[in-house]
Design a protein around this ligand. Structure first.
Ligand SMILES: [Zn+2]
Length: 302
C-alpha cells in the first residue's frame, strides 16, 4: 500500500472546471504538491487543500514539471509559505529571477497578464532545489523520481511514483471530461525529436496510470501514447507543409486553427468543449513553437 493519498485538485482556471490540476500527495508526516498552477488560482488551490484538512504550512514540498505559468506560476508564493520548490536545473534560474518569464508573458498577454496569471513571485534561493534526471525526492509519503522529459520544453520533468507518473505537458493535453487528445507546442523550446524520445521513454516504463496536468487520470497510458506519438508528427508536419507552401504566420495560424477544430468536431466535441481546449492550448502559440522548431532545424541542416 502506498504511504500517501493522492488527490486531484481542480484549480478552476477561468472559473471553468477541469482545465488545470494540482496534485496533492498527503502522507502521514508531510504533504507535497505536484504543480502549483498560476498565481491567479491560489485561492482555489487553498480551498481544495482545506477540504482535505491541509493547511498551507503543512505543504513541505512543491514539485513543478516545468516553469510555464499554468504549472509553476504560484511557486514563489509557496516558497514564501515555507515550502521547498523542486524544479529542473535548466528552469531553476527563471524561478529565482522571474523577470524574463514575466516579460515574455507580458508580450503575449499584455494587460490581461495579471488577471490571467496573477502575481509571479521569485523563489528565494534557500527554498529552491534544482533537480535532474533520476533524482529522488522523499516527501508526501512517497518516493518521487524525476524523469527528464524534453519536447514541450527543454526543462521539463515527469514525476514517477511506482507505476504512476505525473506527466505535466509531456503526454499532451487530454481533458478528462472530453477525453480528446491535443498537444501544446509553444515556443521557444518545442522539439519534435526530443519529444518522441520522451514518449518512448515514458512508454517503456509500463505505467498503470498517468496524470497530465490538463487534466486528470489517464487509465490506459499505453493506448494514450500510441495515439499521442503520431499526433506530434501530424501537428509538426501540418505547419511544415504550410511553411513550404510559403504561407505567412497569420495564414498558417488560421489554417492550423481550422484543422484543429475540424479534428475536434470529428471527435464529436461541441463548441463548449472546443472552447475549453482553446483556453489552455492556444493555437497561435502552437504554430509559433512549431515554426521556430523548423527554422532552427533548417539552420542546423540547410
Ligand atoms: Zn507548458
Amino acid at each position: 500500500m502506498p504511504g500517501f493519498q493522492l488527490h486531484t485538485i481542480d484549480l478552476q482556471f477561468f472559473g471553468a472546471p477541469q482545465l488545470i490540476a494540482s496534485y496533492a500527495l498527503v502522507g502521514l508526516a508531510s504533504v507535497a504538491l505536484i504543480e502549483t498552477g498560476p498565481g491567479s488560482t491560489i485561492p482555489n488551490l487553498l480551498r481544495g487543500l482545506r477540504d482535505l484538512g491541509v493547511q498551507p504550512a503543512d505543504v513541505r514540498d512543491v514539485l513543478v514539471t516545468h516553469i510555464h505559468l499554468d504549472h509553476a506560476g504560484a511557486a514563489g508564493w509557496w516558497a514564501r509559505q515555507g515550502a521547498t520548490v523542486h524544479v529542473h536545473t535548466v528552469g531553476a534560474p527563471h524561478l529565482l529571477d522571474p523577470s524574463k518569464l514575466i516579460a515574455s508573458a507580458a508580450r503575449i498577454y499584455g494587460d490581461a497578464l495579471d488577471t490571467l496569471w496573477g502575481e509571479i513571485l521569485s523563489v528565494p534561493p534557500e527554498r529552491l532545489h534544482a533537480i535532474g534526471d533520476g533524482d529522488l525526492i522523499e516527501t508526501g509519503g512517497a518516493t518521487i523520481r524525476a524523469i527528464d522529459s524534453p519536447g514541450h520544453a527543454r526543462h521539463h520533468h515527469c514525476f514517477q511514483i511506482g507505476d504512476i507518473a505525473f506527466t505535466g505537458d509531456a503526454a499532451g493535453v487530454r481533458l478528462a471530461q472530453h477525453d480528446w487528445l491535443a498537444v501544446h507546442t509553444p515556443p521557444p523550446e518545442f522539439d519534435l525529436e526530443a519529444w518522441h524520445a520522451t514518449v518512448n521513454r515514458l512508454s517503456a516504463l509500463d505505467l498503470k496510470a498517468i496524470y497530465p496536468t490538463h487534466f486528470g487520470r489517464v487509465a490506459n497510458p499505453a493506448d494514450h501514447f500510441r495515439r499521442f506519438a503520431p499526433l506530434l508528427d501530424e501537428c509538426a508536419g501540418f505547419v511544415r507543409q504550410r511553411l513550404e507552401e510559403g504561407l505567412n504566420r497569420e495564414q498558417i495560424i488560421e489554417r492550423y486553427g481550422a484543422w484543429y477544430f475540424e479534428r475536434a468536431a470529428a471527435a464529436n466535441l461541441d463548441a463548449a468543449a472546443r472552447d475549453d481546449y482553446a483556453k489552455i492550448n492556444d493555437v497561435a502559440q502552437c504554430v509559433d513553437g512549431i515554426s521556430r522548431y523548423w527554422a532552427k532545424r533548417k539552420k542546423r541542416n540547410p
